[in-house]
Design a binder for this molecule. Structure first.
Ligand code: NDP
Ligand code: 8X3
Length: 248
């Protein structure tokens, strides 16, 4: 039995891997940057295996995991964490390529991986899919357009998976964080502009990757008869904003 964590080279994913290894789970850490994954493996030891692959290639991921030894081959916890926001432009100015990439990774890759690992979970009558959604899937904000829509998909897909799987002992949880620092999220969103990225977290005391890792551990370590459907979490300094009115 093992846990597959996507997007594990940095940020939330790396923190989730570290916490779960500490809690004695066998963990497969997947991302594209092999150097970062190797550092993580050095830190985590033999209970962590790494896979330097693109999350979009579900079949290759499954084929490589099938070659692992018994301790790791059987993925019973899938943590769909890899994801990204690109840009914060108004919809009329956004780059269509950014929109397509967010849909490919946040939606399509997550759906494909879930589909490919579900049959063995159902056969073993045991499994848990944790999706990392976002408050952006519930609360619109300017420039959130497609990113927020992908996370709304993740939320509804998670709930609909439960509708299909409630009688098969498969748990599904959507974890929906708000403003979170300590990761590359904003650096990716602003395409390497560190100044713009740092500004997002200035004096904000945001959530940290360890907080999200704790939420994941909470969901998976609850007694087997308990399914946590959703966890919406924000830093104490953040709240859903007031509704905007344009009076021009
Ligand atoms: P990071 O940018 O720090 O981490 C993203 C991870 O995803 C990296 O490990 C990256 O690794 C991996 N990744 C990206 N694209 C691919 C790909 N095509 N194939 C494989 N791996 C990929 O972001 P966070 O840790 O902050 O975000 C993790 C998740 O949490 C995302 O789904 C994000 O939307 C969500 N989230 C983030 C919030 C935040 O404010 N930080 C708040 C709410 C939700 P590599 O580049 O090595 O492939
Ligand atoms: C990341 C949180 O508010 O930047 O999903 O969209 S937010």
């Amino acid at each position: 039995m093992s846990v597959l964590v996507t997007g594990a080279s940095v940020g939330f994913g790396a923190a989730i891997v570290k916490l779960l290894v500490e809690k004695n789970y066998k963990v497969i850490a997947l991302a594209r940057r092999e150097d970062k994954l190797k550092e993580l493996q050095n830190e985590c030891g033999k209970n962590c295996k790494i896979l330097a692959l693109d999350v979009r290639d579900a079949q290759k991921i499954k084929d490589e995991i099938d070659k692992f030894d018994d301790d790791f081959r059987n993925v019973d916890i899938l943590i769909n964490n890899a994801g990204l926001a690109l840009g914060l432009c108004s919809a009329d100015k956004a780059d269509i390529k950014d929109w397509e990439e967010m849909i490919e990774i946040n939606v399509l890759a997550l759906v494909r991986l879930s589909r490919i690992f579900l049959p063995s979970m159902v056969e073993n009558k045991n499994g848990h899919i944790i999706n990392i959604g976002s408050i952006a899937g519930s609360y619109p904000y300017p420039g959130g357009n497609v990113y927020g829509a992908t996370k709304a998909f993740v939320k509804q897909f998670s709930l609909n998976l439960r509708a299909d799987l409630f009688d098969k002992n498969i748990r599904v949880t959507d974890i929906e964080p708000g403003l979170s620092g300590g990761s590359e999220f904003s650096l990716v969103r602003f395409k390497g502009d560190k100044k713009a990225s740092d500004k997002v977290y200035e004096n904000a005391n945001p959530l940290l990757p360890q907080d999200i890792a704790e939420a994941v551990f909470f969901a998976i370590s609850m007694p087997k008869h308990v399914n946590i459907n959703r966890i919406e979490m924000m830093p104490t300094t953040q709240a859903p904003s007031a509704l905007n009115v344009f009076r021009g």
